[in-house]
Design a protein around this ligand. Structure first.
Ligand code: NAD
Length: 337
C-alpha cells in the first residue's frame, strides 16, 4: 500500500516534531516541509533530508545560504494528500484558501480559532468525528492534556464539574521574544481562560471553568485540577484508571517539579527531552469531601504531536479504530516506554 503523503507547512516548535513523528510511521511519509527563512532550522531540516519548500520570492535567499530548495510552498501543497499547518497561531487560517484551492486535506493547531475547521480533535475523546474529514484542528497542548484526563473519568464515573487552574510556561525554550522574566501574569485577568471553553469543543457536555497564570519558566505547564465526579470512588481507583490510559504517565520516585520531569526526559534519551504523555503526580491524586484533586504537568512542545499523527490516520481513512491508531503511533514513537 502506498504511504499517505504529508506536507508540513511551518517548521517551528510543533512542525519539526510532527515531521519527525510522521517519519517514524510506516503508513505515512513526509513529502516536504516549508521554511520562510534560511535559518538554523532550515539547515537542520536539510541535514535530516527533508525536502524544503519556500515562498517563491525567497528561493534565491536560501540558495545564497547553500540550502537546497525543492520548490514553492504551493507546489508542496499540490503534491500532498494532507497538510499539517504548524504556522504561528492566527497565521494558519490565512492558508485555508490555498488548501481549498488545491483540494488537500488540512490539520491546524490549537493557536487557531475553533472556527478554522468543523472538527476539534483529540485521539481518545472524539477520533471518530474526524474519520474521512477534510479539515480538523488539533486542540492546544493544555486542552489536549485536560481531555486526556477528563474523558476517561467521565466514561468511568461521570463528571459533574471541573475546575482547573493552569500555571503556564512563559515561552518555549527557543523562544527569545516571550516572557514574563520576573512576574506572574493573570492570563487573562478576565475569567474564564479559553481552556475550559476549548475542552467543550471536544466534550460539549462537560461543566468546566478554567483560570490561567503565566509564569517565568520554559519547561512545562502545571494544572491544578479539582473534579466533582457523579459516583463515589477511592483515590487508588483513580490512580489505576489514569495509569491504564495510553498517554498518561504517573509521576513518582520523588519527583515534585517540572524541572525534574524534563531531566527524566533527558536521562531516558527522549528526543529533544520530549514528554508526550500527561504527567500526573501520583501522590497528588486525592479525594476530599467527595471531590478529586490532582496536579499534572504538560509538556507544551510535545503532547500534541502524537495527536497530529492520529488525526492524519483518521482523516485519510488509514485507520477507523482509535485504539489501534493510538497504539500504532505510540509504538512507533516510543510513548509509554
Ligand atoms: P513557532 O513560531 O515555533 O513555529 C512556526 C513556524 O512557522 C516558524 O518556523 C515560522 O517561521 C513559520 N511561519 C510563519 N509564517 C509562515 C507562513 N506563512 N508559511 C509557512 N511558515 C510560516 O510556532 P509553534 O510554537 O510551533 O506553534 C505552531 C502552532 O502550534 C500554533 O497554532 C500554536 O498555538 C500551536 N501550539 C504550540 C505549542 C507550543 O507550546 N509551542 C503547543 C501546542 C500548540
Amino acid at each position: 500500500m502506498s504511504k499517505i503523503k504529508v506536507a508540513i507547512n511551518g517548521y517551528g516548535t510543533i512542525g519539526k516534531r510532527v515531521a519527525d513523528a510522521v517519519s517514524l510511521q510506516n503508513d505515512m511519509e513526509i513529502i516536504g516541509i516549508s521554511k520562510t527563512r534560511p535559518n538554523f532550522e532550515a539547515r537542520t531540516a536539510a541535514l535530516k533530508k527533508y525536502n524544503i519548500y519556500v515562498p517563491g520570492e525567497k528561493t534565491d535567499a536560501f540558495k545564497k545560504e547553500g540550502i537546497a530548495v525543492a520548490g514553492t510552498i504551493e507546489e508542496m501543497i499540490k503534491a500532498a494528500d494532507i497538510v499539517v499547518d504548524c504556522t504561528p497561531g492566527k497565521v494558519g487560517v490565512s492558508n485555508k484558501a490555498l488548501y481549498e484551492k488545491e483540494g488537500v486535506k488540512a490539520i491546524w493547531q490549537g493557536g487557531e480559532s475553533k472556527d478554522v475547521a468543523p472538527i476539534s480533535f483529540n485521539a481518545e475523546a472524539n477520533y471518530e468525528t474526524a474519520i474521512g474529514a477534510d479539515y480538523a484542528r488539533v486542540v492546544s497542548c493544555n486542552t489536549t492534556g485536560l481531555c486526556r484526563v477528563i474523558y476517561p473519568l467521565d466514561q468511568a464515573y461521570g463528571v459533574e464539574k471541573v475546575r482547573v487552574t493552569i500555571v503556564r510556561r512563559g515561552g518555549d525554550p527557543g523562544d527569545i521574544k516571550s516572557g514574563p522574566i520576573d512576574a506572574l501574569v493573570a492570563d487573562p485577568v478576565k475569567l474564564p481562560s479559553h481552556h475550559g471553553p476549548d475542552v467543550n469543543t471536544i466534550m460539549p457536555h462537560i461543566n468546566i471553568t478554567s483560570a490561567a497564570i503565566k509564569a517565568p519558566t520554559t519547561f512545562m505547564h502545571l494544572h491544578v485540577l479539582n473534579i466533582k465526579l457523579k459516583k463515589d470512588c477511592a483515590a487508588d481507583e483513580i490512580k489505576s484508571l489514569l495509569a491504564s490510559r495510553p498517554r498518561i504517565r504517573m509521576i513518582a520516585d520523588g519527583i515534585s517539579s517540572t524541572a525534574e520531569i524534563i531531566e527524566l526526559g533527558r536521562d531516558t534519551g527522549r528526543p529533544r527531552n520530549d514528554i508526550w504523555e500527561n504527567c500526573v503526580f501520583k501522590d497528588s491524586v486525592s479525594i476530599d469531601d467527595g471531590e478529586l484533586y490532582l496536579f499534572q504537568a504538560i509538556h507544551q512542545e510535545s503532547d500534541v504531536i502524537p495527536e497530529n499523527v492520529d488525526a492524519i490516520r483518521a482523516m485519510t481513512g488509514l485507520e477507523k479504530d482509535n485504539k489501534k491508531s493510538i497504539e500504532k503511533t505510540n509504538k512507533a514513537m516510543g510513548i509509554g516506554l
